[in-house]
Design a protein. Sequence first.
Length: 596
Amino acid sequence: MNIIMKSKYRIAITVMVLTGLTGCTTVLDKDDLTAVTEKATWNSEILSTAFLDKCYKDNLPGFDGDYSKYTDEGNGGGDFIHGRLTAVATAEGPLEEYWPYDKIYTLNVLLTSIDGGSLSEEVRNRIKAQALFLRAYQYFQMVKIYGGVPLILVPQDRHSDDLYVTRHTAKECIDQIVADLDKAAVFLPSIWSDADFGRITKGAAMAFKGRVLLTYASKQFNPANDRTRWQTAYDACLAAQKELSDNGQRALHPVYSEIWTRETTSETVITTRFLDPVRVHNFMAGLRPLEFSVGAVGNHQPTLDMVLAFPMADGTAPGVYVNTDDVKEAFDPTATDATGMFWLNRDPRFYDIIVYNGAEYPLNGMPEWFNGCMYTYKGGEDTHSPTGTGFYSCKFSIPEKTETEAKDHGDMDWIEMRYAEVLLNLAECAAEIGNKSDEVYSVLKDIRKRAGITANKDNLYGLKAGMNQQELIEAVLYERRIELAYEGKRFWDMLRRKIFTDMKGYSRNRIEIQVKGEYASMTRRDFITMIKSDPDLMTKNYFKYFTTQIWRIDETYQWDVKENYYFQGLARKHFEQNPKLQQTIGWENGDFDPLK
């Protein structure tokens, strides 16, 4: 039973309990019998936990396909990518106006009110610890967008409190976030029972602290590259990794493709739970071609850049040897030799994420003559809203689900943090502080081994031997890009490492595949039936049937993410409501320094 299901049952039980109690009360008792009172909430473990469960639902993230559009993973990006944002139009970008103080108010109510109830100290502390984590999560979401924000740590009373607050510095905010997480970790268990899987554990709070400090040590917040911040982040990440592995029973799940499709694996650290019919999403449907999704479409269509980024099956750089000169040639989808067959002999994660023309992808509802394969050539799928890049992604997909199940009954859990990220956070910090190459290699090898990459004679899984510090840092960032693809991490990595600055003038690419002229007049069914009978379709005969062209996605405008985009400006409505707020430097004559 997951946390969302438990919440629903608790609410139902609460109603029954209160209804039963009303029959025993005297008519002189004037409590509002139509509502649960505040006093009753904090005197009852059931009611307090139900209140907390609602906070989980309101504060933890769910599935969101938008972030990939603002990176080299996906197609889109608009004003943010192309440098046309204004402070009053930030809703057009990935850092749209985010101001969750209503949610923080509710968490503050819990944190300040529950001590007035009659719950045992142990129960109170565990409930408060989870609320502290959720508050820290929300503040960090704001800080990585704006820098410093107002720290509101108690419920404000609009009748007696001064609501015209100012922004705290980024350091003050980070310090508060870390303090909340440290306090939460003290009272959280290393493991919850199976019935409570999904609640925040001690290791989850510690791992999130590692993410916070990793971000604070990165170039976005640390342009002078203060090494002490990296050491602090390393210490936090190492402590989290040890707690999770030694006490929390967390480890890399042995099969990469099962991380998302199998619930409650050893890899899950922080998760948002879904359960049909109590809480569902249609994200899986949006991954599919329109004809197999009942209306949802457009999630995670990989760019050619992302497709070509995956290493080979032996972990070495992408590309193939076509001559005898021992020089690897880069993939070229327009070529008609081995360099054009970019789908062959790739990192096994490639096939768990990328759907290319002719790939095996047996979606429920496919006509039998598809033979369980997907075709993304022009005319190979429904003409309404075909893929905009030439590819689909099958990460987060459960092909066995029917179209209706994928759209209306999706209950795959969202994993906000998994153990692989904890290891990669640790490896990045280790690489940054230096003299820890063995530790970095160990993490990268473990992740590649789990992925199914071959060890090779040197047992390095395709990694270069003897990498220097910068090469180690780049190797970790590269592994993050592949391992965590489409999990909403790439955008924040590009932001905190200020990678957008290095990509000015960049343009992503897509492909368009067409059927060769002699087959162009055939119906889709006849053509697909014919090519599926060819055993060499996806190797030497592919170019007998198809031609490929490369097109730029960012054709009219190239990438031009401005320096001030690393910290967003506040929307004007906030200044109308609170004249003491300061605007961020770089936005509308702002003077608030987000780095302080």
